[in-house]
Write a protein that binds this ligand. Structure first.
Ligand SMILES: NC(=O)c1ccc[n+]([C@@H]2O[C@H](COP(=O)([O-])OP(=O)(O)OC[C@H]3O[C@@H](n4cnc5c(N)ncnc54)[C@H](OP(=O)(O)O)[C@@H]3O)[C@@H](O)[C@H]2O)c1
Length: 306
């Protein structure tokens, strides 16, 4: 479920959404102008674009951290909250724990990480380590790529009951795992799934996303740019005129608005290590979104380019 334009107006956000001729920065500074997604299992609202951090790696005492810190800072400044990581992304959890603490932002983010052990004791240990590395609360714990799903969900459901996580979920980025993901979505009381969905990879719209609506499950969307492939497809191509109708100032914003406008509670988590890309991506959270007709038009345009 997501806030419609009418609901935004009802909440008093209409002025911000309607006055899009103003500067993006001032609109983004006005938190009420940002489209939010309602997490169906709790009613909590979260900003409709997050960030993926699978390349946040390196020596935390080195200058390699500077662009990553600037990117997180830009993400936060533009209203971003949802951060996705994993103990499988090198030392991404350690990097995030350190940088967010240094920036005094650790308690202002919605942190999602993962676990992927077949053995329950190892899984518990792995999750304890994630708490230590991330230096603070974990909002969402996900089973990574459906590895050890039954075993890990047993622990995760118990820990959720104890208040250690607010939400639990499962992830995949592979179409071949979608049928298995659907089975788990019917079997367990999941708050979130995380799945691959983009203009270059639309298979999850056939069954997984409709099932998420039916089951009341929120959706983090990984690979929203097809792991960067979409930018290759539009290299040197001017933005079509209809981009202005959805207040999209870049191809990246078109790609994200296509995902945000799906009727499931979809939150794309574009991976970026660059402050100007984080700023670009966060701007997709404001302004008009494509309707069903324009979504088809966007698909047609990309089909001609991919
Ligand atoms: N199974 C799983 O659980 C799973 C699998 C895959 C991914 N994920 C999660 O999903 C996140 C996103 O997926 P992804 O990073 O693989 O792919 P992606 O988000 O589709 O694409 C990332 C690529 O797009 C570039 N980019 C980002 N913003 C841009 C912009 N505004 N303009 C131009 N280029 C831009 C990035 O480069 P720059 O760094 O230069 O910006 C990077 O090369 C991951 O970080 C991870 O958190 C989860």
């Amino acid at each position: 479920m997501k806030l419609t334009r009418r609901e935004l107006i009802r909440l008093g956000a209409g002025a911000g959404v309607a006055s899009l001729a103003g500067s993006w920065t001032s609109l983004l500074a006005d938190a009420s102008a940002i489209h939010r997604v309602i997490i169906p299992s709790s009613g909590q609202q979260i900003p409709c674009v997050g960030i993926g951090t699978n390349r946040y790696r390196g020596n935390i005492a080195s200058t390699d951290m500077t662009p990553l810190a600037r990117t997180l800072e830009a993400f936060h400044k533009m209203g971003g909250q949802v951060i996705d990581t994993s103990p499988n992304y090198g030392n991404s959890e350690e990097v995030l724990g350190k940088l967010l603490s240094d920036l005094n932002l650790r308690d202002q983010v919605f942190m999602a990480t993962k676990v992927d052990r077949e053995d329950q004791a190892e899984g518990r240990q792995r999750m304890e380590t994630s708490f230590q590395q991330l230096r603070g609360p974990i909002d969402l714990m996900q089973v990574h790529n459906l590895r050890g799903t039954d075993v890990e969900l047993e622990t995760m459901m118990a820990w959720k009951k104890e208040g250690r996580f607010k939400y639990i979920g499962i992830t995949t980025h592979r179409v071949e795992q979608h049928a298995e993901m659907e089975r788990y979505m019917k079997k367990y009381p999941l708050d979130f799934i995380q799945v691959n969905y983009s203009l270059v990879d639309r298979a999850s719209a056939d069954r997984v996303l409709p099932l998420a609506i039916d089951q009341g499950i929120a959706v983090l969307v990984n690979r929203p740019f097809g792991n960067g492939k979409l930018f290759g497809a539009v290299k040197g191509v001017d933005l079509p005129g209809w981009a202005g109708d959805i207040d999209a100032g870049s191809w990246g914003q078109v790609f994200l608005k296509y995902i945000i406008s799906h009727p499931a509670a979809t939150v794309p988590i574009p991976g970026t290590t660059k402050p100007h890309h984080a700023e670009d991506n966060m701007q997709a959270m404001v302004g008009r979104m494509p309707d069903a007709g324009l979504r088809k038009e966007i698909e047609k345009t990309l089909d001609g380019l991919i």
